[in-house]
Each structure stands twice: as C-alpha cells, then as structure tokens.
Design a binder for this molecule. Structure first.
Ligand SMILES: [Zn+2]
Length: 317
C-alpha cells in the first residue's frame, strides 16, 4: 500500500491527497460516523490506492464504507469512482441525476474529457474508466436528505461550475462539501488573513449567474467550514463568498472585453496576482505561475466556451 497524505479535521472528517497533478492540489474526503465511512469524491483511477490506504490508516475496512458521494463527474473528482466501488462491496454511489448516466456508461464522458485535455494528457491523468453498475447508483433530488449512520446529509443542486453538480451539507456539524462550486484554495497562499480562494470555470458548462446563485445558496446555510476538493477545509465563509462573487463578475468583464484566449488569460493572471499580493502572499511570480498556470489555462478555456454558447444563444433568439 502507498503512504497516503492525510489531514485529520474535526467532526470525523479526513482529507486524503489524491496525488493528482501535484501534492496539495486535490483532496478526497472520508467522513467517519459510528464505525461507518463515506467517501466524498474519489480522485482518479491513480488515486484509488491512496484512498484505500487512508481508510486502512483510519482503522477501517472497505466493508465499512456505505457511500461514495460524488459532487460531480469531472474526472479529477470522479474518474476513480468505478475502480473504488469495485473495492467497496457495500457502498452505494450517490450522484447528481445529470451525472449518473455518465458513470454507468462513461463513453461520452471520456470523449468530452479528451476534447478538453487532449488524448495523451487524458491517458496519463485518468487511465481507463471503470463503469459503475446501475444498481449501485442512487441519484439525488435538490434538497434530498440521506441518513448516513444517523448523520443527516443534505444534497443541494449547485449548477454554475457544472450542470451535474451537487454539494453535500453536513447538517448537524455545519460543514459543506462543495466540490468545485466554491472554487479552489491552495494552502501555499494562506496568510494571516486566512485562505485565498479562486473560482474554477472549467469547460464546458460554466454559467456565471448560476454559479453566483449557487455560492449564495451555500453561504446561506452559514456553514462553519467548507471542504473543497482543491484543497480541503476553509473557514471564514462570508469573506470567501464575497471574493467568489467579485471574481466571477471580473471574469465576465474580462471575457467580454477581450473575447480571445491569450488576453483573457493574461488579465485573469494579473487579477489573481494582484489579489494575492493584497492578501499578503509572498510567493514569487514564478512560484505562482507554477501553482496557478494550469487553472489559468482551464479557466480561460471555460470562459471561451461560455462566450461561444452565449453567442449561439443570442443568434438563436
Ligand atoms: Zn469540476
């Protein structure tokens, strides 16, 4: 078994680094409750050995896992779900109804992901997807509740980052597992002011109005902590919600102003570096490029795709 990088948080929550792209980039979470376990997101096929090792380190067996809760079916979150489910005989996968068919039959998802990442990149990042048998999948309705060993979880449909996204509210403890709805927070950028957050507009379903509505909806639960896939626990939610909203408005302005990729990327980079400086981050520009370069590329591609969709819509009406 490999050695997992785990971080233990309050309320029986553990983050497991999925070793995707680099350490500190993506975390799946394990929730422990009354001797049972649930995974929130899985990372990729290559993450699965780390997840099973983390479970072992917590002193739990694969048979103790009741649920694999997928926030959405982007492959950095759910690419390993089929493979993980094979190792967990008692687990049910809980998925947004728009995402579930793609986990049962991944062909379309693979094609769409290759379009975003390119063929070679796709193989090295994700490998061969394992389908999840339909009878092991449960889909959610908005605000549906799930009793996990006596711990009530509420699923909130949160479009904006992706149409197939739900967030998971841990009602009794005031935590929310936000997937990508509440952006990303690399801990290298933590300062005395707290965490630094950026929205993710990955292709192809970014919708600024929906994303702002979803951020507001989650903030309205007044959670004490959010657990992000990128990267784990953040607090001070009202400040982060304001920053998300501000940046989404800025992205829209930047995308409309330039309409083409290099200029959008350059101005988003300038925006982030300026915000980081004001946040008190002392990392150098080359270090920040290393941290945020991939996200600048993906966010730019997502904004271009959004502009193209908006144009199509206006031509059709
Ligand atoms: Zn995503």
């Amino acid at each position: 078994m490999p050695t997992p990088r785990i971080t233990r948080y309050p309320d029986g929550i553990t983050a497991v680094d999925t070793e995707y792209v680099r350490p500190g980039h993506a975390a799946a979470h394990i929730i422990e409750q009354g001797g049972r376990a649930a995974f929130v997101d899985t990372g990729t096929n290559y993450s699965v050995p780390y997840l099973l090792a983390a479970l072992d380190e917590l002193g739990m067996t694969p048979t103790a896992v009741d649920y694999v809760l997928l926030t959405h079916v982007h492959l950095d979150h759910a690419g390993g779900a089929g493979k993980l489910m094979r190792a967990l005989p008692n687990a049910l996968a809980v998925i947004h109804p728009r995402g579930a068919p793609h986990m049962v039959d991944p062909a379309k998802l693979v094609k769409a992901s290759i379009a975003v990442y390119g063929d070679d990149n796709y193989r090295s990042l994700y490998g061969e997807l394992v389908p999840i048998p339909a009878e092991r999948v449960m889909t959610t309705q908005d605000r549906q509740r799930l009793d996990f060993a006596g711990r009530e979880l509420e699923f909130v449909h949160t479009p904006g980052h992706a149409m197939h996204h739900h967030a998971i509210v841990d009602l009794a403890y005031g935590n929310i597992f936000t997937g990508d709805t509440f952006g990303m927070s690399y801990r290298e950028c933590d300062t005395a002011k707290g965490a630094f957050i950026v929205p993710t507009t990955t292709p192809t379903q970014f919708d600024p109005e929906q994303l702002i509505a979803s951020v507001r909806r989650l903030a309205a639960y007044r959670p004490q902590a959010l657990y992000l896939m990128h990267f784990a626990r953040v607090t001070d939610v009202p400040r982060l919600a304001d920053s998300m909203e501000f940046q989404i408005h800025e992205f829209v302005r930047i995308a409309r102003k330039h309409g083409e990729a290099p200029a959008i990327r350059a101005e988003m980079r300038a925006l982030w570096f300026d915000l980081l400086k004001r946040h008190g981050c002392t990392l150098s520009e080359p270090q920040l490029d290393q941290l945020f370069g991939g996200d600048l590329d993906l966010n730019t591609a997502g904004l271009i795709a959004w502009l193209a969709r908006a144009k199509e819509k206006s031509l059709a009406s």
